[in-house]
Design a protein around this ligand. Structure first.
Ligand code: KIV
Ligand code: ZN
Length: 390
């Protein structure tokens, strides 16, 4: 089956950074941006330049240093916002101005205090202004999923006529469902894009835990850019998680015939770098990059995995870059090294537990080429349940 290329728009440094406890300084942002570039994302949204001097400087530094990717700067539709974004992108090799305005009646009435006609004019003016500075303009209709579809299509049509080549329909409050979002993307394709060279982008928040499912549904419906963040960080419950979207397409290529430029083996190291910068880890059961993502706790699962990992593993830890454990199995030294590794992982274990875990460890090491921390955690939980039953 032919595979369609999906562009990955990473907004870890903008929407992600907006989440509580996730702010990053300039050096950290540049380090993270370089890692994202190595990971293979297509676009890095580096910040919201008008928001603060720090954001402006960070976008400028990322634009100056990351020349292999497109660098996007966010702005509202006001003249000063657009000019500030353009200034921050001055040294970008591939700049993208990303301008947005809300299109739902609730936002128009209670936040913007603008009429529908005024928002249309704001859209047109901002995009025309932005086109003086950059070739590539993305337009986002904030709160698209709660907007009147006829009005949404009208605004998007104006955006394309004014010069936008990427149209984003964000699920700003994480409210939509996969079937509803599918319908929205289809409508935009048929009524706005038609045969024009315009990319539909999707941007989902996770308030109902549907961000990844909604993003994948939108891709199946014709979206060709997906906006997401490492570890799913972002406003409130976060944004769609980059690693989950990419691996869903990778593992289920039979149902999702799409490809990205992501080096999947860089996913775990990138997630780890972000955790170390923001100072907190993802939850242990987080898909793809959580500590337990490849750990098998139930005895029956462990047994299956020992015989053949395919029994319960739909992807290997190596495929997402989880480092193999460097323990070399010896006799006495192996047991000691095992105990040390448990200590490093933060486990305080009794000598009886170590004995049990070590027995399983040697038998696992006989069958498996590489032992991961996740395997050790599984082995320990097995050893502990044996201890509890005894
Ligand atoms: O969630 C949202 O609507 C946004 C836009 C600014 C793209 O983050
Ligand atoms: Zn957002």
């Amino acid at each position: 089956m032919p595979q369609t290329r999906i562009s990955i728009f990473d907004t870890t440094l903008r929407d992600g950074e907006q989440s509580p406890g996730c702010s990053m300084n300039l050096t950290e942002k540049v380090r993270m941006a370089q890692k994202l570039q190595d990971l293979g994302v297509d676009v890095i949204e580096a910040g919201f330049p008008i928001a603060s001097e720090g954001d402006f400087a960070a976008v400028r530094a990322v634009a100056a240093q990351c020349h292999e990717v497109k660098v996007a700067a966010l702005c509202r539709t006001s003249e000063q916002d657009v000019a500030r974004a353009a200034e921050a992108l001055r040294y970008a090799a591939h700049p993208r101005i990303h301008t947005f305005v809300a299109t739902s009646d609730i936002h128009l009435e209670h936040k913007l205090r603008k009429t529908r006609a005024e928002v249309i004019e704001m859209t047109r003016a901002a995009i025309r202004q932005a086109r003086n500075y950059a070739e590539e303009i993305e337009f986002s209709a904030e709160d698209a999923t709660r907007s009147d579809i006829d009005y949404l299509c009208e605004v998007l049509d104006v955006a394309v006529d004014a010069g936008a080549s990427v149209l984003n329909v964000p699920d700003t409050v994480g409210y939509t469902t996969p079937a509803e979002y599918t319908h929205l993307v289809e409508q935009v394709r048929e009524r706005v894009v038609r045969d024009r060279d315009v990319t539909i982008s999707v941007h989902c928040h996770n308030d109902l835990g549907l961000a990844v499912a909604n993003s994948l549904a939108a891709i199946e419906a014709g979206a060709r850019q997906v906006e997401c963040t490492i570890n799913g960080i972002g406003e409130r419950a976060g944004n769609a998680s980059l690693e989950e979207i990419v691996m869903a397409m990778h593992v289920r290529a039979d149902r999702l015939p799409f490809v990205t430029n992501i080096k999947t083996t860089e996913l775990y190291p990138t997630s780890q770098l972000l955790s170390s910068i923001v100072g907190f880890e993802v939850q242990p059961n987080k898909a793809i990059v959580g500590r337990n993502a490849f750990a098998h706790e139930a005895g029956i699962h462990q047994h299956g995995v020992i015989n053949n990992p395919l029994c319960y593993e739909i992807m290997t830890p190596e495929s997402v870059g989880v480092p193999a454990n460097s323990l070399v199995l010896g006799k006495h030294s192996g047991r000691h090294a095992l105990s040390l590794r448990y200590m490093e992982l933060g486990y305080d274990i009794t000598s009886a537990e170590l004995d049990e875990a070590y027995k399983s460890f040697t038998s696992l090491a006989d069958r498996k080429k590489r032992i991961y921390d996740q395997d050790l955690i599984s082995l320990l939980s097995g050893a502990r349940s044996i201890g509890a039953a005894a």
